[in-house]
Design a binder for this molecule. Sequence first.
Ligand code: FAD
Ligand code: NA7
Length: 443
Amino acid sequence: MSRIAIIGAGPCGLSQLRAFHVAQAKGDDIPEIVCFEKQNDWGGLWNYSWRTGTDEYGESCHNSMYKYLWSNGPKECLEFGDYSFDEHFGRPIPSFPPRQPLREYIIGRAEKSGFRDWVRFAHAVREVRFISDTNQFLVRAVDLVNQTDTEEMFDYVVVATGHFSVPHLPTFSGIDAFPGRVIHGHDFRDAAEFRDQRLLVIGASYSAEDIALQSKKYGAASVTCSYRTGPMGFDWPDGIEELPTIESFDGATAHFSNGERREFDSIILCTGYLHHFPFLPKALRLKTTNRLYPGGLYKGIVWLDNPRLIYLGMQDQYYTFSMFDAQAWYARDIVMGQIDLPSRGEMQADIDKWQQREEALTNPAEDIDFQTDYCKDLSTKVDYSLDWDLVAQNFKDWEHHKEESILSYRDKAFRSPVTQTYAPTHHTSWWEEMNDSTEMFLS
Ligand code: FAD
Ligand code: NA7
C-alpha cells in the first residue's frame, strides 16, 4: 500500500483528509495517511493564540488570527460543497460569521468524518528529501512533546502549511528610531491595545483594511493607511485616511511621498506574508509572490519538477475552503491513479495558459471569474459539486457592497451555493456590534 504524508491540518490539510475519507467511505482502497501538524489541534491559523513569536514548544507561532475578526467575505463564498452551514448550525445563520463560529464550522466537518487518528498533533516536519533510488520521500519530523525525531518514507507528500504566517517585513528609513510600538499584522491580537492612539497602518490589502477598521472601531484616535501602489479607496469613516508611501521616519513623524507628514504612536505593518518552506530543499521549494496562479504548479497544485509533491492553497485567495476541496479531491484522484498526469511539456503549457490569462486580468470581477474557472476546471474532473456560478455572483455582489459602504458590507445577506437558502441578517450592524462571541452571533 502506498503512503502519503500531509503536512499541516489547517483548512487545506483537512480538505485533503476529507477527500480520502469520502473515497474510503465509498469502499475505495486508500493509501496509508499520516498528517503532521505542529499545533496541538487542527484548524490552522483559525486557532486563535494569545502567543506571538514562538509557541509553547519554541516553534514559530503559526497563528495570525486576532480577536474581533469577522469573516471578510460572505460565508456563502467559502461553503464546503458537501457540508453546509445549515447542516452544521441546524438552521440558517447570517452571512459574515466571527472567527469562532467559522472555526467551529471548519472543524465540524472533520469531527463528523472521524479521521482524527490520521493526524499526529504536536509534530513539526523538519525535512523532506526525495530519494530517487526508491522514488520516495524521506520525511523527518519531531515529536514536540517528547522531543523525539522520526524518519519515515512516503510515496507522496502534500504541503498544506499555508502562506499567511511568515511576515514580509520591509524596512523604512528611520523606523528603527521610531519611539512607539512597531509590529506586523501577524502579531496583532487585540485592537483595543491601540485605543486613543494615532496609528499608522502600512499596506493596502485585506489586512490593512481590516486592521484599520478594527482599530478605529475599538477606539483608536486616528488611523492612517499608507499605500505603495494605489489606495484602497473606500468611503472611510471619520478618523481613517489614506496617504501614499513613506519616504522616512524622523522620530515619531512619518514623511509621506506627497509631502505630508504625521506623528504616530504605533505602527502596524500589513505588508503581506512570505511563502516559506524551511523543511524543503531548493529543488522542491515553491518560490512565488502572492498571486492567483503561482508558477511551477500544474493545475495549481502539482510540483512540475516532481509530480509526487503536491501543494494546496498556495494561490492568492478569493476562494478558500471550497477551492481547497477542489484541489484536494483532484490531488486524491492523482494519488489513487484515477487522474493521469500528461507529459511535462503539456503540464507546462497548461500552466503557461493560465498564467497568460492571469497577467491580462484588470479588475476584481475578472479575478473572480479567473478563480471560478480554475475551481470549475478541477471540480468537473472529480466528484465534488458546488454551484460555482452562484459563488462567483456572490463575490461580485460583495465587491460592490464594499465599494458602496466599507462599514456595512458585512450586514448583507447571501444565498447558499449548497442549500440555496438565503441567510438571515444579523440583529446588529457590524460597525456597532462589539461582541464577537458565538453565543451572541447565534442569539
Ligand atoms: P493554515 O490555516 O495556515 O494552516 C496551515 C497548518 O500547517 C497550520 O495548522 C500549521 O500549524 C501547520 N504547519 C505549518 N508548518 C508546519 C510544519 N513544518 N510541520 C507541521 N505542521 C505545520 N479566509 C477566509 O476564507 N475568510 C477569512 O475571513 C479569512 N481571514 C483571514 C484573516 C487572516 C488574518 C489571515 C492571515 C488569513 C485569512 N484567511 C481568510 C485566509 C486563510 O489563509 C484561509 O482561511 C486558511 O486558513 C488557509 O488554510 P491553510 O490550510 O492553507 O493554511
Ligand atoms: P496581501 O494581500 O499579500 O497584501 C500585502 C500588502 O502589503 C499589499 O497592499 C502590498 O502593496 C503591501 N506592501 C508590501 N510591501 C510593501 C512595502 N514595502 N511598502 C508598502 N506596502 C507594501 O496580504 P494581506 O496580509 O493584506 O492579506 C493576506 C490574507 O490575510 C488575505 O487572504 C486575507 O484573507 C487576510 P502593493 O499593493 O503590492 O503595492
